[in-house]
Design a protein around this ligand. Structure first.
Ligand code: NAD
Length: 477
């Protein structure tokens, strides 16, 4: 037995490292085990989000958006630009620098909080014994009063499209192309497909997205999904719905994809293909049969509302448990678990987790969709307001999209908000606060919103719920 701790956290992504920091803040002797190794032989901290997910994709989304604006969107502002060129290597180097700055920051924070970082792959055994195997130092065993599993997720695979890391890549490979593919195929028009498809479309790729479902973004509010689809189509994303990929064949310098759409079978050729069909929990080898931890057939670990597994003192947070695979959901679960380990009765409101697609414009949502309220038989009111009627949006040339607010027709309490448009993520965050404070649309109607701001669309949508938006003609229901 090497060492024992109050808490061992397995995984250093946003769920794990945030949990570990909160544990340490609460005075608990804490260790983090991370299996990824950096080029300097140190543990590669930060998980998917910092290394191959949220952060590098946002770096490329921002760089590619700037390129697209410089190349073709500035003349409307009276700005002529010539000789715009693309330095992919420079763009990638910037992305890598941001990643190492942030992962280095996590390392510094863990150190400053007195957290022990152990490198290796962990397996949880009976009695909260954790066995860690690493190439350098062989096997070591540790024990803790509490173990928090936060091993994250990995890109899901589909049999017809095996990833070869060259012509056919997953979301990780799509973050490091060394040239802009002329024709880019994307399997899956979900969050990752849309974000990475947008990056390469802005840099010049012809992008075709093959989506098996007949409906675009089925979990989003339908009105917002329809509006988003129109915007993305205008941007040149060729999104084929009901397109089920049956075969992928790499041949020399192209990849040929066969897909069925209705009764027809189609073929398409691409220079590169991104497989973005979801993510799977990374639970293989994470716990032994006698650990007391159990998982469903897809690998998601069973937990209660507070992320406690069926094994006493063992918790699981983030992408390896039910709920949306979102960094901020995992982080807050990590905090909740740390507080509970310390004896507090913390809980998380799973009904109020914002979700965002970082396209341009962004698509963001919180709470119930209109179709959910209909299905649940809730007596609701809806108000929408278009950015085209917002002065600041016009001034910025960002007039596409709308804000939609849903509230209970009887109590007026806000139940959901859905936005496609400029700063959608930040606007939805305002409604996250409103819902958590049990605000009504009347509360929003009575608040003073700064002018001229994009936030005025939130104010106007709240007014529109009662047919009293000021800067548009209200339709009576
Ligand atoms: P997703 O579930 O959002 O989308 C995958 C899409 O692929 C679905 O629409 C699905 O119908 C389609 N699909 C599945 N099999 C297919 C097939 N054989 N042929 C054609 N289409 C097929 O998953 P994702 O985009 O891979 O993202 C994975 C996870 O990562 C999600 O949970 C997502 O929330 C999370 N994520 C979040 C963000 C963000 O918050 N901005 C960004 C990236 C990823």
């Amino acid at each position: 037995m090497s060492d024992s701790f109050d808490v061992i956290v397995v995984g250093s992504g946003p769920a794990g490292y945030v949990c570990a920091i909160r544990c340490a803040q609460l005075g608990l002797k804490t260790a983090v085990i991370e299996r990824n190794v950096a080029s300097n032989d140190q543990p590669q901290l930060g998980g998917t989000c910092l290394n191959v997910g949220c952060i590098p994709s946002k770096a490329l989304l921002d760089s590619s958006q700037r390129y697209a604006e410089a190349a073709s969107h500035l003349s409307v502002h009276g700005i002529g630009v010539s000789g715009v060129s693309l330095d992919i290597a420079g763009m990638m180097a910037r992305k890598e620098k941001i990643v190492s700055q942030l992962t280095g920051g996590v390392s510094g924070l863990l150190k400053a909080n007195g957290i022990t970082v152990i490198n290796g792959a962990a397996t949880l055994n009976a009695g909260r014994q954790v066995e860690v195997s690493s190439a350098g130092s062989g096997n070591q065993a540790y024990r803790a009063d509490h173990v928090v599993l936060a091993a994250g997720s990995e890109p899901a695979a589909i049999p017809p499209a095996p990833v070869d890391g060259d012509r056919v890549v997953d979301s990780t490979g799509a973050l490091c192309f060394d040239a802009v593919p002329q024709r880019l195929g994307v399997i899956g028009a979900g969050v990752i497909g849309l974000e990475l498809g947008s990056v390469w479309a802005r840099l010049g790729s012809e992008v075709m997205m093959l989506e098996a479902m007949d409906q675009f973004l089925p979990n989003m509010d339908e009105q917002i999904a329809v509006e988003s689809a129109k915007i993305f189509a205008k941007q040149g994303l060729d999104i084929r719905l009901g397109a089920r990929v049956t075969n992928v064949r790499v041949s020399g310098d192209y990849v040929e994809v066969t897909y069925s759409q209705g009764d027809t079978t189609e073929k398409a050729r691409f220079d590169r293909l991104i497989v973005a069909v979801g993510r799977s929990p990374r639970t293989a080898g994470l716990f032994s049969a006698d650990s007391g931890v159990t998982a469903d057939e897809r690998g998601f670990i069973f937990v209660n509302d507070y992320c406690a597994t069926e094994a006493p003192g063992v918790w699981a947070v983030g992408d390896i448990v039910r709920g949306p695979m979102l960094a901020h959901k995992g982080s807050e679960e990590g905090v909740m678990v740390a507080e509970r380990i310390h004896g507090k009765s913390a809980q998380l409101n799973y009904e109020v987790i914002p979700s965002i697609i970082y396209t341009h414009p962004e698509v963001a949502a919180v709470g119930k969709t209109e179709q959910e309220l209909k299905a649940e038989g809730v007596n609701y009111k809806a108000g929408t307001f278009p950015f085209a009627a917002i002065g600041r949006a016009l001034a910025s040339g960002e007039t596409e999209g709308m804000v939609k607010i849903l509230s209970d027709a009887d109590s007026d309490q806000i139940l959901g908000a859905h936005v496609v448009g400029p700063s959608a993520a930040d606007l939805v965050q305002q409604i996250v606060i409103a819902i958590e404070m049990a605000a009504s649309t009347e509360d929003l109607q009575l608040m003073v919103f700064g002018h001229p701001t994009m936030s005025e669309a939130v104010h106007e949508a709240a007014l529109a719920v009662d047919g009293r938006a000021v800067h548009m003609v209200n339709r009576t229901k």
